[in-house]
Design a protein around this ligand. Structure first.
Ligand code: AMP
Length: 221
């Protein structure tokens, strides 16, 4: 596999980006840059950005391009990302994708591969409805597909698991609508650049992971 690799994980909410990112982190130590996680951290810390972002996230809409580009730019050129990274949940609009392209090419860098996980809507909705998290660590479970050992409790700490406010049914519909309107056009954008790899996201997490690794191994060095 290419030594320093820059990856984008692309797909609708519930497509399995987060699960696959976790696997890539534990096997290869990739740095994951999840704009959703960064915004949730900003909300927890009560920063100015967090305060602005909360109302928007709770409605299932997108935070402004300016804000997310700002938070990604801060991290992408940091020391921890020198050996490559995996973007999860960013870019989500064409404006973000073009801006990313520009800030990377200004430093002679580029995205190596965009992995798109496709999953039909009915499955996305079922997966999201069952998602539960351990708030402190971000460990995730699914009450239907990968339940914790004790109902409602984190396997490691025993803390209560929580459901994300925006994973509740009424908000999920709005998130999916936003995805198709604003994020799906990125598929064409990256296909034209010749770096899009489409992977069926409906199989078992293990099989999907094997396909992702296969794809990453094919990235030219
Ligand atoms: P996620 O955890 O990736 O599902 O993101 C949760 C929420 O954070 C989204 O529904 C958006 O409101 C916001 N968000 C995350 N990433 C972005 C982004 N790249 N652009 C705009 N809003 C974002």
């Amino acid at each position: 596999m290419k030594k320093h690799i820059q990856i984008i994980l692309l797909g609708p909410p519930g497509c399995g980006k987060g699960t696959q990112a976790q696997k890539l982190i534990s096997e290869f130590g990739f740095v994951q840059l999840s704009t959703g996680d960064m915004l949730r951290a900003a909300i927890r810390m009560g920063t100015e950005i967090g305060i602005q972002a909360k109302a928007i996230i709770d409605k299932g809409e997108l935070v402004s391009d300016e804000i997310v580009i700002g938070i990604v730019r801060e991290r992408i050129f940091s020391k921890e990302c020198e050996r490559g990274y995996m973007l999860d949940g960013f870019p989500r609009t064409l404006v973000q994708a073009k801006k990313l392209n520009q800030i990377l090419s200004d430093r002679n860098q580029k995205i190596d591969v965009v992995i798109r996980l496709s999953v039909p809507d009915e499955m996305l909705i079922r997966r999201i409805a069952g998602r539960r998290f351990h708030a402190k660590s971000g460990r995730s479970y699914n009450i239907e597909f990968s339940p914790p050992k004790i109902e409602g409790k984190d396997d490691i700490t025993g803390d209560n698991l929580v459901q994300r406010e925006d994973d509740k049914e009424e908000i999920v519909e709005s998130r999916l609508k936003t995805y198709y309107e604003l994020t799906e056009p990125l598929v064409g954008y990256y296909r034209e650049k010749g770096i899009l790899k489409e992977i069926d996201g409906t199989g078992s997490p293990g099989n999907i992971y094997s396909e992702i690794k296969h794809t990453l191994n094919e990235v030219p060095v």
